[in-house]
Design a protein around this ligand. Sequence first.
Ligand code: SF4
Length: 432
Amino acid sequence: MNARDSEIMAQFLRQAGHKECSSAAEADIILINTCSIRAKAEHKLISLLGALRPLKKEKPDIIIAVAGCVAQQYGAALREKMPIIDLIVGTQRIYQIAELLAAARRKPGLIAGTLDKSYQIPIFLPDAATRRRSGSVSRFVTIMQGCDNFCAYCVVPYTRGREVSRQLSDILEEVQALLDQGVAEITLLGQNVNSYGLTNSAGGRLCRFPELLRAVAALPGLRRLRFTTSHPKDLSDDLMRCFAELPNLCPHVHLPLQSGSDAVLKRMNRRYDRQDYLALVERLLQYRPDMALSTDIIVGFPGEDEADFAATMDMLERLRFDASFSFKYSDRPGTASANFPDKIDERIKGERLQVFQRRQDQISLERNRAYIGKRLEILLEQVDAVSCSGRTPSNHLTHINHLSARDIKPGDFVTVVITDAGQHALRGELAS
Ligand code: SF4
C-alpha cells in the first residue's frame, strides 16, 4: 500500500513540474513516505530525520515532508519532536501532495492530517511517466482503504481510518487504462479487500468483492488477476468460487493466520478460530487444488505461552504454507494490546521467531521442490543478457537459465520446465 501511495505522489509531483533527483543533497524537497505497522519502521524514520538535520541547517529552504502512517499517527507531536519537518501529510491527503507542498513553502510547519469519515478515494489514472517508472508488467490498483476490524495489535484503523471502498466505475477505468498501456497482471489492493463494498457512505455504484472480481476479470486483455490482503472472516464461499470460475484469477491466496492458538486469536480480536481457518483452506483447495497459500504470523503476542506457540507450530505443520511473513509482536501506540499485561520477553520472542522461520524455510523448500519437472507459465518481469526471472500463476519467483536467442522481454509469457528449487525461488529452463 505504501509503495503504491509513493507511486501516486510521484505522479502528482511530476505533473506539478517537479523532477526527481538522485541524492538528498541535490533536492529542494525531501518527501518521506512512512509505515507504522511495526516499531522498527518508525525507528527508521526517526534516524533518517536525524541524519537530515545537518542538511536542513545548511539549506534552510529545503522542504522536508513526512507522509503516510507515522505522519497520520503522530501529526503535530512528530513535528514537535523533529522540528526540521515542514509538512506532515496524512494518509487521506496524498492526492493533494502538490498543493500541500506549495502551501508548506509559503508557511512551513503545515499539518494536513485529519481523517475524514466521509473520505472518498479520488480518481487516479496512471500517466506514461508512471508506467515507465513502475514498469508495465504487473501493477497494483487500490480498491479500498482503511479498516473497521480493530485487531488488538494493529494501528491501521487509526492511521488509515475507517474502511472506505472505491467506486466500481473508477476501479474499472483505472484497470482499463493500465491494460491499454500493455499491463498484463493486476493486483487489487486494500487492507482487507474481501470486505470491499460493505462500507461506503457516498453515492455511486458499489458491489460485493466477488462481483468486482468478476467485472475486472472480464476486461479484455487482462491475463492475470490477483488480490491482497484478505481477512479469513470475510472469505465467502462466493469469493472462493471465483477461483474455479475465472481463468485469469491466479491460484494464490495470502490469508493472514497471525496465531494458531484459539486463546491468542480471541485476544487478538481476529474473530475466527483454528477450525474456521482449516475449513476455509480445505474449501479453497476444493475449488483450486493447485492453490498456493501464504500467511502472516505474529509470535510473542502478550500472554502467548508455550502451548499457544506450539499451536501455531501445529498449524504450520498442518497447513504447510508456501511462504509466510513472520514477525515479533511489538506494541503500537493506541492499540488495545499495547495495554495488555503479560508482555513476552524479547529473548523468548526472538527464539520463537527463529523456530517458526526455520521450519517454514524447510517447508517452503519441500513445497518448492515438488514443482521440479513441471511445466509452468511464467510472466517475465526482468530480462538481461544472461538470465531472466518472472512469476508463476501461484506467485513463485522463478529464475530462468540459459536464454536462447529467442527475442523475449518483460511482459512476455513463456513456458518453463522447472529444474531446481530453493526456499524462496524456483529455477528452470525455457521449454522448447
Ligand atoms: S484486519 Fe488487518 S488491517 Fe484491519 S485491523 Fe486487522 S490486521 Fe489491521
